[in-house]
Design a protein around this ligand. Structure first.
Ligand code: VTB
Length: 331
């Protein structure tokens, strides 16, 4: 993939973040998601790829846009798989909490795992701990390995976990091991990626979240050199069959990062909507808005944080008929 594409995709997540940011704290997660999806769709139309959404807003019959199987881009080569989460953290935006991002990952056709929207058990760590942790190993062992790899004491290691009753046992095991915990209300992509930044305040992500979010996190960690392992968690026969239909023969398999993201040519882009471990959220300054976007390419290993200052009165995005219509509905 041409490196210029990375910047084109950055404009896509910026647009989603700018649109969703208007709904921060308004208690309407559907409207926020709708805004992010619509803005992303508008921008995708300008990107020179022949893309298929392999992870998106759901199946064709349940999502009007960015559904799994939808073709996006201008329809010109390269052919790519696209994993998108236009608003990772709809509840976060609705309540005005921290941790919402607009995110996507792009890789050559057929190289991202086609994961249904079911749960996935995950472990994410940074480059130093690569190959030293194992999903399924005792929590205490994994934490010890992370501490050693980072030259920290166990009591200085920070593990991020989604605050859910299903994680009570992990929380207890981490506490027994003596490590620190940050519980989050939602949004496990940003802390998963942040685990690879030595000064982010996150050393590990553990627990069960969404499978699509898992593949997106794996794409980022592939760029940055971290490690990620995952196991699908189908909770019913229907979900297990859905995995099989999507080509996953063994639903109990522990996937290594290179099995979730098979290509070495990956682009990961995320823009902050509200502040997170990774990025600052959208801020307004008079008639301008400031966004922070993370852009990574695995081929070069370059990691860019792009701060953009948008003129809200001149931005073509806000002149688009579809976006204008959505914004009119904000009270
Ligand atoms: C997970 C997590 C996401 O939603 O999908 C979660 O990966 C849903 O889990 O980051 P619950 O059913 O337990 O709420 C997010 O937190 C946000 O999309």
């Amino acid at each position: 993939m041409e490196r210029e594409l990375a910047l084109e995709f950055a404009r896509v997540t910026e647009a989603a973040a700018l649109a969703a940011a208007r709904w921060v704290g308004k208690g309407d997660k559907e409207a926020a998601d709708d805004a992010a999806v619509t803005a992303m769709r508008v921008m995708f139309d300008t990107v020179s790829v022949d893309g298929v959404v392999v992870i998106g807003e759901g199946e064709m019959d349940e999502a009007p846009m960015l559904y799994i199987g939808e073709r996006v881009g201008m329809g010109v080569p390269p052919q790519v798989d696209i994993a998108v989460d236009p608003l990772e953290g709809t509840n976060i935006v609705a309540k005005g909490l921290t941790g919402a991002i607009a995110v996507l990952a792009v890789a050559p056709k057929d190289s991202l795992l086609h994961a249904p929207d079911i749960y996935m058990e995950k472990i994410a760590v940074g480059p130093e701990a690569k190959g030293r942790v194992h999903l399924g190993a005792p929590v205490k062992e994994n934490i010890k390995e992370v501490a050693k790899s980072l030259n920290k004491l166990v009591c200085e290691v920070t593990v991020v976990i989604l605050d859910r009753p299903r994680h009570q046992h992990i929380i207890e095991e981490v506490r027994r091991a003596g490590a620190r915990i940050k519980l989050i209300t939602d949004g496990d992509v940003s802390p998963g990626v942040a685990a690879a930044y030595s000064n982010s305040g996150v050393d590990m992500l553990m627990g069960i979240g969404g499978a699509p979010e898992g593949v997106i996190t794996a794409a980022a960690l592939k760029c940055i050199g971290g490690d990620f392992q995952a196991k699908l968690c189908p909770y019913s026969e229907v979900e297990a069959n859905r995995c099989k239909q999507m080509g996953i023969a063994n639903v109990n398999k522990v996937f290594a990062i290179d099995e979730l993201v098979k290509s070495d040519d990956v682009i990961f882009v995320a823009t902050g909507i509200t502040d997170s471990f990774l990025l600052k959220g959208v801020r307004y300054d008079k008639r301008r808005a400031i966004t922070e976007t993370l852009v990574m390419r695995s081929t070069s290993g370059t990691i860019r944080h792009i701060e953009a200052n948008h003129d809200l009165d001149r931005k073509p995005l806000f002149k688009d008929r579809r976006i204008k219509k959505l914004l009119e509905n904000i009270n």
